[in-house]
Ligand binder design. Sequence first.
Ligand SMILES: Cc1cc2nc3c(=O)[nH]c(=O)nc-3n(C[C@H](O)[C@H](O)[C@H](O)COP(=O)(O)OP(=O)(O)OC[C@H]3O[C@@H](n4cnc5c(N)ncnc54)[C@H](O)[C@@H]3O)c2cc1C
Length: 402
Amino acid sequence: MATPASDASPARKTSIPALNPLDLYNVRALLSEDEQMVQDTVGRMVDEKVLPIIGRCFEDHRFPREIVPELAELGLLGVYLKGYGCAGLNAVSYGLICQELERGDSGIRSFVSVQTSLCMYPIYAFGSEAQKQKYLPGMARGEIIGCFGLTEPHGGSDPANMRTHARRKGKDWVLNGAKMWITNGSIADLAVVWAMTDEGIRGFLVEKDTKGFSAPEIERKFSLRASVTSSLFFDNVVVPEENVLPGVSGLKGPLSCLTQARYGISWGVIGAAQACLGQLLDYTRSRVLFGRPLSHTQAIQMRLADHSRRITTAQLLSLQLGRLKDKGDMTSSQVSLAKWNNVRMAIDIARDCRDMLGGSGISAEYVPVRHMLNLESVITYEGTETVHQLTIGRELTGVSAF
Ligand SMILES: Cc1cc2nc3c(=O)[nH]c(=O)nc-3n(C[C@H](O)[C@H](O)[C@H](O)COP(=O)(O)OP(=O)(O)OC[C@H]3O[C@@H](n4cnc5c(N)ncnc54)[C@H](O)[C@@H]3O)c2cc1C
């Protein structure tokens, strides 16, 4: 016997949705009160300070530096580190922060990710006590901005093939080479630079005014326009021994930072997808075609349902990943799976939302096209999809096919 859809009659019946359409499984109920409070606080800041300006910043190719004190005031810089002026919140809270910030724009989340996970984290994890004291409190206050130089012009997916190198000269090191696509580069006071040495890859803390160091901005981007992206050049840059990270050598240094940042990305992009879906739910209700709102058509409902399915899956994936991280059980291949799945989810949703807006979808009046363009960077940086697929393939088979 055919089973009719339980609420299929009358055909055009409408009702007030009982569930939050952007959180269909009530994932929020799985959060502690503290975690909910963090999310609400950051969400309010995004609504009040980011959303009113971010579209214009994207159009103007401008990072809104004026919100850095706001981010610092809320304790969002280095939020999961303990001591040195940092709040010491858990991994799930950090994830929720990324989600709310990226609901505003991937550029804002990128700024916080780079500052926190790619610059403060390596100093915290591998730095000397003097380096921690010198840099971390100022970075938490947003007075010292950091950037992370790993990618080189000849290929970011294969960082072991690094050409930037440092040689010992007396008590100092001399750094030569170039980095490319470096977030925050031109506004950074401090660059965490990974370079090949006779002892393997080491991390160097290069201050902005060091002779021979330059960081020109990369212009004419179509993506992450509200974020600064730069090249870094090192021409016989002298770095004192006390600016070398003593606690790590080899690729595990930069890769462990990337694991932290990729974790945050897996959460962040959920916010971008929610922003797109939220706007489309409103739009399809009010856009009348062929005598009925778009939201009353089966094809549109199926597309919206697919977005909801994929957002819900991503939320649960990131939450479990966060709980594993908080227990100290998270692995880098688990992070690869979440980064791959969730960014793919978000970019597909942003592109589909752009399409459902018709011609309006290319207008800056609506958010999907901005998120869609941003996500083209997010799917590329911190490991392309292929890199994460090969990481999981290696985990499953024990064979590296890179
Ligand atoms: C906006 C932006 C901000 C960024 N910020 C930073 C930053 O702050 N710091 C930093 O260090 N880097 C940063 N990056 C760099 C980013 O991490 C690299 O772009 C990324 O790792 C890819 O490197 P690539 O661009 O050199 O591409 P390539 O490594 O040249 O890859 C090109 C293509 O080849 C594919 N590929 C690679 N290896 C294989 C393989 N074995 N088999 C099959 N296909 C393969 C890739 O998936 C990709 O599709 C940023 C990038 C962007 C766009």
